[in-house]
Ligand binder design. Structure first.
Ligand code: ZN
Length: 487
């Protein structure tokens, strides 16, 4: 008789604050003890010389989602979660995306139907609010927040998604009253539309002009504006997929003022540049995403933003569209221009190996900081902590065992994404998550996937810690007037 279902022996357990040499004992899907000299479990893993990390949380990924251009992502909830797991991620927070005229509740039901039978790891949902009608803001959104959908993304660009400033204020006021976290895609729509029209009129249709149209100034302006709107409403705000120093400066400025402004960046801003969009024919489309990759100096700025904690979250923004596919990036055929190419790059599988190799193994960030950026902070910012995002007694046994001696050359064949390319082809990475455990179950073992379809569970989220309504009124206007009308 043994007390434990699984014991992991001999590794170095990493949290966002500590590295501890200890064993991990697991029972009924949870971590029940950390220490030494446990009796063997029903199963025992020898992790001598390896790193025991919390499974990653990918808090920004688009799975089985129809884009604003009407193109479906290549990964569904099966291939997307298998790929995530193989890259050391054990929780995803994809989007349930509303388009204009749709009921938010209905959208959420649709995404549940897609995920339920397919997901192999646990998942929560962010909402995307594109149609903030009175019914959505007055009834559907508050009810959904209470049901565990406590974060949502808004857009300042894309014709079918963008909100104007007035609408953003109304949405932020609901977030403030209900205690939800707002994520914003910050790019100035009119700048991009105007530049795009001029570029196309001049015959500049190649993918590299996507980078010109999505100017860094457009990102900077919208970032500053979103921060200002959040400041007026007095609500936390997370700026997603930040591409470079122009937007970083705005976030750092806001943080230095004491505003609850958070930042997220992604692998494409560390490992790709605008030059990757400048390839023969339309091959540059493979590296097109929004905001676009910038240049080497901006890559360095993003590294510094990670190191100095301007960024709290490192996620993939996995938006997988196949390249040479009638449903993919080139679906407009010979009418293809940078405006018809679906925006997005894959990254759900390589997010963690890329940062582990180039961040931790090259000495840019510590092992604990890696955990903070890839798991713990997302759990805290989106209301999943401490069930997810840490290795602690009582937490779900979601664990990735990393072998830092494993050297891997990235090829498309290696990956489980339903893609026909990877932007990271040919990179040699040091360190790999060789064993991945979800709620105590080994689902990836040295490249073998043993995760049954549909085993993943939906995670209703608590109110995110930074967004929970304060005990007393936060509004500091001298006359006591609260423009949000909430208190
Ligand atoms: Zn976005």
């Amino acid at each position: 008789m043994t007390d434990y279902d699984l014991v992991i022996r001999g590794g170095s357990v990493v949290s966002a604050t500590d590295v501890t040499e200890c064993d991990v004992a697991i029972k009924d899907g949870r971590i029940v003890a950390l220490g030494r000299d446990f009796a063997d479990g029903a199963d025992t893993i020898d992790a001598t010389g390896k790193w025991i990390l919390p499974g990653g949380i990918d808090s920004h990924c688009h799975i089985e989602q129809e884009s604003s251009m009407g193109v479906w992502t290549a990964d569904d909830f099966c291939s997307g979660t298998v790929a995530a797991a193989c890259g050391g991620t054990t929780t995803i927070i994809p989007f349930a995306a509303q388009y204009k005229g749709q009921s938010l509740r209905r959208v959420v039901q649709d995404y549940h139907a897609r995920a339920e039978a397919k997901a192999v790891i646990d998942y929560a949902f962010h909402l995307i609010i594109s149609d903030p009608t009175a019914a959505v803001l007055g009834q559907e959104l508050p009810a959904l927040i209470k049901d565990g959908y406590t974060s949502f993304k808004i857009y300042t660009t894309y014709e079918s998604l963008k909100l104007d400033d007035r609408q953003i204020l109304e949405v932020l006021a609901v977030a403030r009253r209900e205690g939800a976290m707002v994520m914003v895609h910050a790019e100035n729509h009119d700048i991009i539309a105007w530049l795009s029209e001029r570029l196309l009129a001049a015959g500049h249709a190649a993918p590299k002009y996507h980078g010109v149209a999505h100017a860094a100034v457009a990102e900077r302006e919208a970032t500053h504006r979103a921060i200002s709107l959040a400041e007026i409403v007095d609500v936390p705000l997370l700026i997603v997929h930040v591409s470079g120093h122009e937007a970083i400066e705005q976030i750092r400025w806001a943080q230095s003022k004491g505003l609850r402004v958070y930042g997220e960046t992604c692998p494409q801003y560390l490992f790709l540049t605008a030059a990757d969009m400048d390839q023969p024919g339309f091959a540059g489309a493979m590296c097109m995403c929004s905001p676009p990759p910038r240049d080497k100096a901006n890559q360095e700025a993003v590294w510094r933003g990670l190191q100095s904690r301007v960024f709290q979250v490192f996620s993939s923004d996995h938006a997988p569209y196949r390249y040479d596919d009638p449903e993919g990036k080139l679906r407009a055929g010979d009418r293809t221009t940078f405006k018809t190419v679906a925006n997005g790059v894959p990254g759900i599988e390589l997010r963690l190996p890329l940062l582990f190799s180039e961040g931790v193994m090259k000495g840019r960030i510590s092992m604990s900081h890696f955990v903070e950026l890839t798991a713990t902070n997302a759990a805290k910012l989106y209301g999943l902590y401490p069930r997810k995002g840490t290795i602690a007694v009582g937490a779900d046994a979601d664990i990735a065992i990393w072998d830092q001696s494993r050297e891997t050359t990235v090829t498309l064949d290696l990956l489980h994404e339903n893609m026909d390319y990877t932007p990271y082809e040919g990179m040699t990475l040091q360190g790999w998550p060789t064993t991945v455990i979800s709620r105590g179950e080994v689902i990836v073992d040295d490249g073998d996937v043993a995760a049954s379809r549909g085993r993943g569970q939906f995670l209703p989220c608590d109110l995110p810690e930074p967004a929970r309504p304060a005990a007393g009124p936060r509004w500091a206007a001298t006359d006591g007037f609260d423009p949000t009308g909430n208190r």
